[in-house]
Design a protein around this ligand. Structure first.
Ligand SMILES: *Cc1c(COP(=O)(O)O)cnc(C)c1O
Length: 222
């Protein structure tokens, strides 16, 4: 098992430009498997659920140089726990949540790195800002000075062709450039968190700086 993880990781790492951060999505993956991935060189892990992440982090406390990324939808009532557990939150998906995180970050003395989750195409299954909504909220997001807003995160809707997926990723990149041009001092657009096991090559082609890979590293979750 360990050699198969090693090989997967080496193979995928080699297929990515060195500037692209590989985040191993370890939701539903047991702590022992995360440890194997760590031993194969992975230092960034993505989790979707607060409780699950808390329990695995407790089992992996000795691996003190892991960076934990929250990639799943975050409910406001779990925002404090999220700040305690995660250095990165990719799934900040509405203004209220951003403001709540900002307030808590100030109180707790944290400065979390966050991505703003956008929906380029309508998708009832996903949370996130639409493009016009995000543009309208930028002024208020810029006032969330305890958040380090680093860029955008997106997940294309299911059922698109490759060309359509590439369009979504390119549009996300264009949106980031457009936001950058506004020169808002508290909003950086240096990161594009996009690409999962099925579409990460397209994401990299469109300028992804962080890919979130689960299945292709750890196998099927179900
Ligand atoms: C589960 C998940 C991933 C990883 O998906 P795979 O297809 O297994 O690579 C990436 N991003 C988010 C937001 C996820 O929920």
């Amino acid at each position: 098992m360990s050699s198969s993880i090693d090989e997967h990781i080496a193979h995928i790492r080699a297929s990515l430009p060195s500037s692209v951060k590989l985040i191993a999505v370890s939701k539903q993956v047991p702590a022992e498997m995360i440890r194997l991935a760590y031993n194969a060189g992975i230092r960034d892990f993505g989790e979707s659920r607060i409780q699950e992440a808390a329990s695995k982090q407790a089992q992996l406390q000795d691996l003190s140089d892991i960076t934990w990324h929250l990639i799943g939808h975050l409910q406001s009532n779990k925002a404090k726990k999220a700040l305690e557990l995660f250095e990165w939150i990719h799934s900040v998906d509405n203004l209220k949540l951003a403001q709540r995180l900002n307030q808590l970050a100030q109180q707790l003395g944290f400065t979390p790195k966050v991505c703003l989750q956008v929906k380029i195409l309508p998708d009832p299954q996903k949370s996130g800002w639409t493009v016009p909504e995000l543009l309208a909220d930028l002024g208020e997001l810029n006032q969330c000075q305890f958040l380090q807003i680093q860029g955008l995160m997106t997940i294309p809707p299911l059922g698109l062709t490759e060309a359509e997926i590439l369009d979504v990723f390119n549009s996300t990149h264009d949106l980031a450039k457009r936001i950058q041009l506004q020169n808002l001092p508290n909003i950086q657009m240096r990161e594009l968190s996009m690409g999962m096991s099925g579409d990460y090559q397209l994401a990299v082609q469109a300028g992804a700086t962080m890919v979130r890979l689960g299945t292709i590293l750890f196998g099927d979750r179900h």
